[in-house]
Ligand binder design. Structure first.
Ligand SMILES: [Zn+2]
Length: 146
């Protein structure tokens, strides 16, 4: 019985991908008829495979067609959510940094590390905002919308 199951485990994925040769198929199907557990497992995997096949087909169709127009406001929502997360993070970092700096127990090394992280983060953020502002000004779609 164990050998049957071992054979089944080995053949299952091949069967799902329809890669069994005639002899393997025969052994596989012979075991499937006698074993309910394996039958259900095979059916589960088959269902998953069919589903992912359908999904990837749909994705290919979508990719081939014209991309659906973004719902108005969706972009603004993403921007607002991003801004709110960034602002919240900045507040948290500022709060932590403030208490870290004030606490006399904080080692100088940790204070220096925090200062470096803050400086680097601010530099990256201002760079990102600068790039974004430049892109915003030259975005042709932006002018049409206005
Ligand atoms: Zn079995």
């Amino acid at each position: 019985m164990t050998t049957d199951h071992q054979i089944f485990e080995h053949l299952l994925m091949k069967a799902i991908d329809q890669q069994l040769n005639a002899e393997e198929r025969q052994r596989f199907e012979a075991h499937l008829v006698t074993c309910r557990t394996c039958q259900e497992e095979y059916q589960d995997f088959k269902a998953i495979k069919d589903r992912t096949d359908t999904l990837s087909q749909r994705i290919m169709q979508d990719a081939a067609g014209i991309p659906p127009r973004e719902r108005p406001g969706a972009r603004r929502l993403v921007t607002l959510a991003t801004l709110s997360i960034v602002a919240g993070l900045l507040f948290l970092i500022a709060f932590a940094g403030y208490h870290l700096a004030l606490d006399p127990q904080t080692p100088l090394l940790v204070k220096s590390a925090a200062a470096l992280v803050t400086a680097g983060g601010l530099a990256l953020a201002s760079h990102a905002f600068y790039q974004r502002a430049r892109a915003h000004r030259t975005d042709p779609y932006q002018e049409i919308d206005q």
